[in-house]
Design a protein around this ligand. Structure first.
Ligand code: ADP
Length: 628
């Protein structure tokens, strides 16, 4: 019979498996058992939601059996089974869920270990086996099929006989070869230990016949060996255990296995809610965002169980967007399984659970911030941007939840500070919380206006994420202190007397500024002198609601295309800088040159503010004319 070929990607994975690049070959058993448990779950779920299926939960089980002489190891389940098509589609191609990176060619041992931690699925059986048979009968069908393969050269699917629905996977275990030992996978005690290690919490009994020594009937003091079916796993899902009974290792193992992360989680949250709807939760905050976290493909959600039965793998309603990085499990015995997966959305019980989960995550983060600053900062580097989006989104509906969890880099030590910390160390008489916006914290720190505010003895928050300033706007203020952009034209660091002086001076040169403004057209709203710049010649500030930083962010948004929102830009010239004297002279002698100077100064101010020059060619020409 002609062999069918595996899909290309599957072939590569298969190749890696056959050549056993993983150090932990034993994980194959975990993979087969977890597939078996999923298959049983699916059938059980069907029986609860479809009146036509009658089934007793007690009959559901997984069996392991061994034939040492023939070197056979079998894993059998009485779950949902697979049709002929499913055998081909599921086992002939790599599973859609496998997030597998094929860059790895197996040469680099370290990387290999990392991959070894991912769920590699069914194919991992080829690490220990040179011939695999999958005999399966789908629920509701009276036909059975057998899928068989001995590796990369392909597979066959033929009709077969099988009683009852479910799947039997039989591995022919490879012969030992020098250093490479496989016979351990035919040793029942070793297998039992592996089940305990990896699959203890699976919800269905994993049974195996074990030899037992029992007293011989009627013969005192004599023993005989009998085979007895033993259940190897405790079946208590880890989230149903008391936190005090769980070890760090168990949590990490569960996390790795379920969420395919090769790094241990940053934080584990294990808790139970009582009340109207009781619920066990086991949540994890990852160390790093998954590779697709900041893309549209990312789906948030927790696995939702009802009394240990999986209802849905990604219940999005259980997590607000700003905590979408959290992974984990929620299990409530009060939820009815019969509600369809669609109507879950409207379920009030679910909303109650979600509220509890949100509160719990918030409190855990707050306590992490208080008790383990280093870890919190690590967390914030990975996911802080999500919290800031949370402040901004939904018209600020969640700002009170989040305002004490967000941090910004401060000019004081170039370290993260919370708003509370900032306010607590404001200098006497300081009324506002100052911030500067730049491409990076360092760039924001370099702004002339930042320097001026720092000089006045105040700390400046250095904002560099697009969302930052929008989040602050939505917050409006903190502890009755208002947020002030150091590039806002109303920034006020002068004494009343100085202000009066400056006003008079600006009045005096009104016409000169008008000339300059004319040369610059719509790019600027107004030109004037400032006294806040120390040694810097010029800067840009803005008047009104939209800041220059916001303008920059908004420019990038496609929906902003036709009618871009613009800042009202003010070109400020340092009144005590020699350039202002030069301008005054030109105003009296050479208006054309004054216009050129205005253009050059405006371009410089843009550069200083971290923006590009509108017309670089003209700018370069003007500068050259001036130098030569
Ligand atoms: P994954 O479990 O990540 O989806 P696998 O390669 O382990 O990837 O399995 C591929 C698919 O084959 C599974 O998603 C499932 O649909 C099917 N499958 C595997 N083992 C069984 C089984 N024992 N019973 C029913 N279906 C199974």
């Amino acid at each position: 019979m002609a062999k069918k070929q595996f899909k290309t990607e599957s072939k590569k994975l298969l190749d890696m498996m056959i050549n056993s690049i993983y150090t932990h070959k034993e994980i194959f058993l975990r993979e087969l058992l977890s597939n078996a448990s999923d298959a049983v779950d699916k059938l059980y779920y069907l029986s609860l939601t479809d009146g036509g299926v009658s089934l007793s939960k007690d009959s559901l089980e997984i069996r392991i059996s061994v034939d040492k002489d023939k070197r056979l190891l079998a894993v059998e389940d009485n779950g949902i089974g697979m049709t002929k098509d499913e055998l081909e589609n599921n086992l002939g191609t790599i599973a859609k869920s496998g997030s597998f990176d094929f860059k790895n060619d197996g040469e680099n041992k370290e990387d290999v270990d990392i991959i070894g931690q991912f769920g590699v699925g069914f194919y991992s059986a080829f690490m220990v086996s040179d011939n695999i048979s999958v005999l399966s009968r789908a629920y509701g069908s009276d036909e059975a099929y057998e899928w068989r393969s001995s590796g990369v050269d392909g597979y066959t699917v033929v009709p077969a006989q099988k009683d009852g629905c479910g799947t039997v996977i039989t591995l022919h275990i490879k012969e030992d070869e020098g250093e490479e030992k496989y016979s351990e996978f035919l040793d029942k005690y070793r297998l039992r230990a592996l089940v305990k290690k990896y699959s203890d919490y699976l919800r269905y009994p994993i049974k195996m016949e074990m030899e037992k020594s029992v007293p011989k009937e009627g013969k005192e003091g004599e023993y005989e060996t009998v085979n007895e079916l033993e259940t190897l796993n405790s079946m208590i899902p880890i989230w149903k255990k008391q936190p005090s009974e769980c070890t760090e290792e168990e949590y990490q193992g569960f996390y790795r296995e379920k969420f395919f992360d090769y790094e241990p989680p940053l934080k584990v949250i294990h808790s139970k809610f009582e009340g109207l709807t009781s619920c066990d939760i086991l949540l994890f905050i990852p160390k790093r965002p998954p590779f697709d976290y900041y893309t549209k493909d990312f789906e948030k959600g927790l696995s939702l169980y009802s009394s240990g039965v999986l209802i849905t793998d990604k219940c999005a309603e259980l997590l607000p967007d700003y905590f979408s990085f959290v992974r984990g499990v929620a299990d409530s015995s009060d939820l009815s399984l019969n509600i369809s997966r669609e109507t879950l959305q409207q379920d009030a019980q679910l909303k109650g659970i979600a509220k509890n989960i949100e509160r719990k995550i918030k409190n855990e983060l707050a306590s992490l911030l208080e008790n383990d600053r280093e870890k919190y900062e690590q967390f914030f580097k990975a996911f802080g941007i999500q919290l800031k989006y949370g402040v901004y989104s939904d018209y600020g509906m969640h700002k009170d939840t989040l305002k004490d969890l967000i941090m910004f880099v401060s000019s004081a030590e170039k370290k993260y500070v919370t708003l509370k910390e900032y306010v607590s160390r404001m200098k006497e008489g300081q009324k506002s919380i100052y911030y500067a916006v730049g491409e990076s914290a360092d760039k924001a720190d370099m702004l002339p206006q930042t320097e001026a505010v720092k000089e006045s003895g105040c700390e400046v928050l250095l904002l560099s994420d697009d969302v930052d300033e929008f989040a602050l706007r939505v917050l409006g203020g903190y502890d009755e202190k208002e947020f002030v952009n150091v590039c806002d034209s109303s920034l006020d660091l002068l004494s009343d007397e100085e202000k009066k002086d400056l006003e008079a001076e600006n009045k005096q040169y009104e016409d000169m500024f008008k000339c300059m403004k004319e040369a610059l057209g719509d790019s600027v709203h107004i030109v004037r002198f400032t006294r806040s710049l120390k040694n810097h010649p010029v800067c840009l500030t803005s008047e009104g609601e939209v800041s220059l930083g916001m303008e920059k962010v908004l420019e990038k948004m496609p929906e902003n295309g036709a009618n871009p929102v613009k800042a009202q830009t003010v070109l400020e010239i340092n009144e005590s800088h020699p350039i202002s004297q030069k301008l005054r002279e030109l105003y009296g002698s050479d208006r054309e040159k004054l216009a050129d100077y205005a253009k050059v100064l405006y371009a410089q101010a843009r550069l200083i503010g971290g923006m590009s020059v509108d017309d670089p060619t003209e700018f370069s020409k003007l500068v050259c004319d001036m130098i030569s």
